[in-house]
Design a binder for this molecule. Structure first.
Ligand code: HOZ
Length: 431
């Protein structure tokens, strides 16, 4: 494949943009080589600046659950454009989307719209602190909750592959208030809570992790956390930026039947536009200004164009619950194809999958937490990534990411991906 236009753009980009990209994972540092510059996308296909086309499995890291350029969302956006772009004043659609979110996400009674998942998590923790009058927070090693200062401690996603999980610029004071526990380890959480009795405001986690690759909660883990939080008066926050509206209409909380106090949302909620949200129990959300004293605001929050895209996306998902069965089947079909190939080739890599999220880890260990995710052979992953790219399959350019499938991925495309995977495995293992 020829990538000369992408390479030239990257060369120029590095002159004007730090590292040549507006979000680190895109730079391909974790897999080597130079990033592909995307020109357009439709359905499950993306097209680059050199005229190459790819079946893609990241869907903008989650939002495009119905595939790219969905007609209904395009129409909603273009109709709304006729009425101008931003008012900085309340609109009817903000009320409608809030009502819809409350009806879809089981634990959410009130919701505030923001502009990204990062804003949502920063705000949710602030509210938890305001509500409890406590300062400390527990997060899990390898979970990523955006780039707010207090979350960049043992963070997953791009922060892992750049080898600086504790980012310079985060003060010791902030870092001291973030306590970290190993994922899927209830005992460790109990110990931290006991050692910091009465001081912990919030416990935040990805109920299914997407940011150390896809890692599932073990039986009883979420329930155990709920119990600890109830006993200790800690606000339990599920970061459902990735899992929300993806693993079920009501997200991971619906799928696993465990209710958090607060939920952070993003990605699908904006239909591809920059949107985030946080919501939860009315008693806690009533602390948010102007109802309460915890300040949080935004000129572009509830932006009409973004709300139109999000409302159309959520309405579609709400009215078409079969989407989740379709996605479940696609996920299972793809992963069982991968597993048969591995068996045929005498390989034994761990594949974690739940619904339309999956990661193939280049390790034989069961991946249940950050150390096991990090036992993956990253050099091999880089080779695999490029082998797949050259066969027209665009994956997330890091071992520590989940793939996200869309309804636009056809059975024929799934077969193509399975064959490309088998060929790529042969290639990287000289089989
Ligand atoms: N941090 C995102 C994935 N976990 C990547 C966002 C992007 O580069 O678009």
């Amino acid at each position: 494949m020829n990538f000369s236009n992408s390479n030239a753009l990257f060369e120029k980009a590095q002159k004007y943009i730090p590292g040549g990209v507006n979000s680190p994972v895109r730079a391909f540092k974790a897999v080597g080589g130079s990033p592909v510059f995307i020109k357009s996308a439709k359905g499950a296909m993306v097209y680059d600046e050199d005229g190459n086309s790819f079946i893609e499995l990241i869907n903008s890291w989650g939002p495009m659950i119905l595939g790219h350029g969905h007609e209904l969302i395009q129409k909603a956006v273009s109709d709304t454009l006729q009425h101008s772009f931003s008012f900085g004043a309340p609109t009817r659609r903000e009320v409608e989307i809030a009502e819809l979110i409350v009806s879809m996400v089981p634990s959410v009674e009130k919701v505030r719209m923001v502009n990204s998942g990062t804003e949502a998590t920063m705000s949710a923790v602030r509210v938890a602190r305001g509500y409890t009058g406590r300062s400390k927070m527990i997060k899990f090693e390898g979970c990523y909750h955006g780039h707010g200062d207090s979350f960049l401690i043992a963070a997953g996603s791009g922060a892992v592959t750049f080898g600086t999980p504790d980012s310079p610029g985060v003060t010791k004071g902030v870092a001291n208030d973030t306590l970290t526990a190993p994922y899927n380890n209830l005992e460790a959480v109990q110990e931290i809570v006991a050692a910091n009795k009465g001081e912990i405001a919030a416990l935040i986690l990805e109920p299914v992790v997407g940011n150390m690759g896809c890692v599932l909660p073990q039986e009883g883990f979420l329930e155990g956390l709920r119990k600890i939080c109830d006993q200790e008066g800690i606000v339990l926050i599920f970061d459902e930026v990735m899992t929300g509206f993806r693993l079920a209409k009501g997200g991971a909380q619906q799928r696993f039947g465990v209710m958090p106090d607060l939920t952070t949302m993003g990605k699908i909620i904006g239909g591809g536009m920059p949107v985030g949200a946080y919501g939860g129990k009315a008693e806690i959300m009533n602390c948010v200004s102007p109802a309460g004293p915890v300040y949080q605001a935004g000129t572009l929050s509830g932006n009409p164009i973004a709300m139109a895209a999000g409302m159309t996306m959520l309405t579609y998902l709400n009215e078409h619950p079969e989407v989740y069965t379709i996605l479940e089947n696609k996920g299972q079909k793809l992963v069982s194809g991968f597993k048969s190939s591995a068996e045929k080739l005498g390989l034994n890599y761990t594949i974690n999958q739940v619904g339309s999220m999956y990661t193939q880890f280049f390790t034989q260990k069961a991946v249940t937490d950050f150390p096991s995710a990090k036992s993956s052979n990253l050099e091999l992953f880089g080779k695999y990534f490029h082998a797949m790219l050259n066969k027209g399959i665009y994956l997330g350019p890091s071992q520590f990411e989940s793939m996200f499938l869309s309804t636009a991925l056809t059975d024929e495309m799934i077969s193509t991906v399975i064959s490309a995977n088998e060929e790529s495995l042969k290639e990287i293992h000289n089989l």
